[in-house]
Design a protein around this ligand. Sequence first.
Ligand code: NAD
Length: 363
Amino acid sequence: MEKKIAVIRGDGIGPEIIGEAVAVLDAVAALYGHTFTYDEVIMGGEACNRWGDPLPPEMLQKCLDSDSVLLGAVGGPKWNALPAEKRPEKGLLRLRSGMEVFSNNRPAKIWPQLADASPLRPEIVARGIDFIIVRELTGGIYFGEHRTDHAGEIKAVDVMAYTESEIERIGRIGFETARKRDKRLCSVEKSNVLDCSRLWKAVMHRLAEEYPDVELTDMLVDNCAMQIVKDPAQFDVIVTENMFGDILSDEASMITGSIGMIPSSSLGEGTRGLYEPIHGSAPDIAGKDIANPTGAILAAAMMLRYSFDLEREASCIERAVSSVLDAGYRTADILPAGEAGASCKKAGCRDMGRLIIEHLTKE
Ligand code: NAD
């Protein structure tokens, strides 16, 4: 298979972690006989420095001309004084809207080797945590009318609105994602109170008829927030609207331990996606070769699975990550304190990338 990948290395630790992710992609390509070519895209702080614009139109166009986009992270204190429109993070928002990615998919997975890093009780963690939250990204209350009336008592208004087609397109991503996993989809809403949620629920059940192989369940968002900490093992794929997904996905990432281990994908209508680790540019550790590149490497694995339909190759990367953890290697962020840490081997960013490549094996 031949694919062109737009690569945005970004700021802070971005170039370090993306360097390792690209090296892993090349190694997987060699192992399975694929050709990945890379188109370098400059976005964020470096683009601000060069052009005073975090995402010039020709850079966005490179992303639109690619088969998928791999992003490190952008931003940092150097650019904090710039006006909001000119800041590196604005480039990210323009990239998401330019690519029309309306679905954010974030896995919550605990690696058994890192179970101690979870704030949950060991017996809950032992049952396993491995689910994905599919969040609607371009609709709902964040994109509805926002207004503050000052006549009389001050009144603030934020409008939540969803059309049937907006719900249907995110619903399909939920069903398709579940189809590639354990075929269980939990639709999360607040249908006991909200009209938007009643429409949401009705659309999900209509879609379910097209996906008889996927088991659909419904859950109210308040209950879901409790169940994520009480019994996360029950979930395979959760699909939900923008604001509920924003809150639940942060809750879910907390229960899995390190921020450096978690990838995410954002998808639109086609197969082209935007893949990135969930963390930021970590300027405090940039250039020290201590960042954990695993979130970026797992984002590359997600790209293979969801944009290129290369399931074996994606699993190959995930197995290699697991083997490296089994062998006791840890970057600083996942190195346990005290005695537990003494039995681990400390690895830098480059070490971690090299070790993951060395552990890549065909099944
Ligand atoms: P951050 O995620 O960059 O860092 C938070 C903490 O986690 C820091 O202590 C950092 O050292 C650590 N950390 C993060 N990633 C790590 C990794 N891979 N390995 C080891 N440790 C890691 O969040 P922040 O400090 O709030 O933000 C820094 C900058 O990043 C800001 O300018 C922010 O706007 C930007 N940001 C960008 C994105 C993005 O590009 N998608 C996302 C979030 C934040």
